[in-house]
Ligand binder design. Structure first.
Ligand SMILES: C[S@@+](CC[C@H](N)C(=O)[O-])C[C@H]1O[C@@H](n2cnc3c(N)ncnc32)[C@H](O)[C@@H]1O
Ligand code: SF4
Length: 376
């Protein structure tokens, strides 16, 4: 039996770049380049097939916007995966989609291609907020698409964002209620990050007057925790909520520090003790693969100390934290002994709790950066 891994596939294409987004994605790309990119993905997969014995437990097709490309590319790529690798029969296979590029035809093709989970980028259901984000769909379009999704997918996720220009408690509460009315099994709530190189970053001076305050943003977050919890969509990771049995298995691999392979430009892998970072430039990615060289431009050995650090920081992202016995099993040392000074300090500030698990308190969730600092 092969080594069990998660497979991430990066699709770096979007109809139009949003004003806040620093994900590696490109708009206005010609179909011939898209087709070449998908051929390159297959070649990159071939490398893993020829060199390793692996069993795929989860597949995540992310972006960018995978729904922006011809669905035949997605279907053919998944067919390639299924015919060349051992894929677990209950494999969770997710695709990310945007409201403006999804339609019934695509949804049917996805279902036919073994995709059993769909993640839709809603962000907000307020048209003023959507416009300020540079989204090219209206809230009405989102509602139509959500109606379509519930007809075809039992397992789906809705991405929402907080801390947006013009957003306030009332508008966010309305967005949440409308989303909850579709009975989603999974919801992600991301705090807007203003990243260097984006339009939001460059225009921050004029933007800052219409951003909610930090306190308001935190109130939106805790409103989401409460409202989602009230309808059985439980908080299980800093930004993620799910009904029982609908936690995202693929993303749990990251937070549990398990192995995964990422293919495509800018994809990362954590495999056989190393982290690999694929080249971000689209043309470079295609030409590297064409010439038979590796897609990664950086490879980093994760030594035991680094593994411990990553396990702590990623594990603390889960609301239940990480299991102290599992820590000892992995690293042959008791967490509470080795890190007693940090634990005592963080406990004094009310940021962490220790029982069978080590976890953030509510205050610790709001001040997570301070906690990370202790372990970096
Ligand atoms: C890679 S995007 C894919 C989804 C899809 N392309 C879309 O935008 O609808 C994944 C999610 O990351 C979140 N996101 C993107 N940029 C962000 C930012 N700067 N701050 C916070 N969340 C962000 C959005 O919620 C988005 O839906
Ligand atoms: S948020 Fe989604 S649609 Fe917008 S640019 Fe980023 S990946 Fe593309």
């Amino acid at each position: 039996m092969g080594k069990k891994i998660g497979l991430y596939i990066h699709v770096p294409f979007c109809k139009k770049k949003c004003l806040y987004c620093d994900f590696v994605s490109f708009d206005n790309i010609e179909e011939s380049v898209v087709a070449e990119y998908f051929s390159s993905l297959k070649r990159e997969l071939n490398f893993y097939k020829e060199n390793y014995d692996i069993e795929i437990e989860t597949i995540y097709i992310g972006g960018g916007t995978p729904s922006a490309v011809n669905p035949a590319h997605i279907g053919s790529l998944l067919e390639f995966v299924y015919s060349n690798f051992e894929v677990e029969s209950s494999c969770e296979t997710t695709i990310e989609a945007n409201p403006e590029s999804l339609d019934e035809e695509k949804v049917k093709i996805y279902r036919f291609s073994n995709i059993n989970r769909l993640s839709i980028g809603v962000q907000s259901l307020n048209d003023i907020e959507l416009k300020a984000l540079g989204r090219i769909h209206t809230s009405r379009r989102v509602l139509e698409i959500l109606e379509l999704i519930v007809r075809y997918f039992e397992n789906f996720n809705v991405d929402l964002m907080i801390g947006l220009p013009h957003q306030n408690m009332e508008s966010f509460s309305k967005t949440l209620e409308a989303v909850i009315s579709f009975d989603p099994p999974h919801v992600s709530v991301y705090s807007l990050k203003i990243e260097e190189g984006t339009y939001f970053y460059n225009e921050y001076e004029s933007l800052k007057n219409c951003l909610p305050s930090e306190e308001e943003e935190r109130s939106m977050y805790w409103l989401a925790v409460q409202k989602l919890n009230d309808v059985g969509i439980y908080h299980y990771e800093i930004s993620n909520f799910a009904k029982k049995n609908f936690k995202c298995k693929h993303n749990l691999k990251y937070w549990n520090h398990e192995e995964y392979i990422g293919i495509g430009c800018a994809a990362h892998s954590f495999f056989e003790g190393y982290r690999y970072f694929n080249v971000s430039n689209l043309e470079k990615y295609i030409s590297r693969i064409k010439s038979g060289s590796f897609a990664w431009e950086k490879k980093q050995f994760i030594d035991d100390q680094e593994k411990e650090k990553e396990y702590i920081i990623l594990g603390l992202r889960k609301i239940e934290g990480f299991d102290l016995l599992e820590f000892e099993r992995r690293f042959n040392v008791a967490f509470t002994g080795k890190y007693s000074a940090q634990i005592e300090k963080l406990k004094r500030y009310g940021l962490v709790e220790v029982n069978s698990h080590f976890r953030l308190t509510k205050r610790g969730i709001d001040l997570a950066n301070i906690v990370w600092q202790e372990f970096i």
